[in-house]
Write a protein that binds this ligand. Structure first.
Ligand code: TYC
Length: 128
């Protein structure tokens, strides 16, 4: 009974250990041994994930986009160049997949850097 897994009391055992739903008459619960225990289901849900998406435009320099992908999304130069060219040829590309607040922060960082350099680069997030 000390394996560290969450436990869930589902009833009180009869004197001979029968299942609580099968028990007749008076109930006893003098010690832990009288409790019918089953493993509780895990209670943590995985958080929703969001794709951070970069959009193409006609004006933002390719090298600026590569630097954004390296600096904000921790890509090496060849991966950043591949993603930049994917955005350039297909219209959009995924920079990464994150939980809500991290995705939101990445979008704000890209947008802020683009505005600082007066480029029209757009970045959005989409639920995965
Ligand atoms: N299309 C741009 C150019 O020809 C390059 C570019 C790539 C812009 C990716 C934005 O997200 C982008 N200079």
């Amino acid at each position: 009974m000390s394996d560290g897994l969450p436990k869930h009391i589902i009833g009180i055992m009869g004197p001979l250990g029968q299942h609580p739903t099968a028990q007749q008459g008076e109930r006893r619960a003098e010690s832990d041994h009288d409790l019918a225990i089953e493993e509780a289901r895990p209670r943590l849900k995985k958080p929703p994930l969001y794709r951070v998406v970069l959009l193409n435009d006609d004006y933002t320099p390719m090298d600026f986009v590569v630097q954004v992908l390296q600096g904000i999304f921790s890509m090496d130069r060849s991966t950043a160049t591949r993603i930049m060219l994917q955005v350039h040829t297909k219209g959009k590309g995924i920079c990464g997949v994150y939980t809500y607040e991290i995705a939101e922060t990445k979008v704000a960082q890209v947008t802020g850097l683009a505005q600082k350099h007066q480029h029209p680069l757009l970045c959005t997030m989409e639920e995965n």
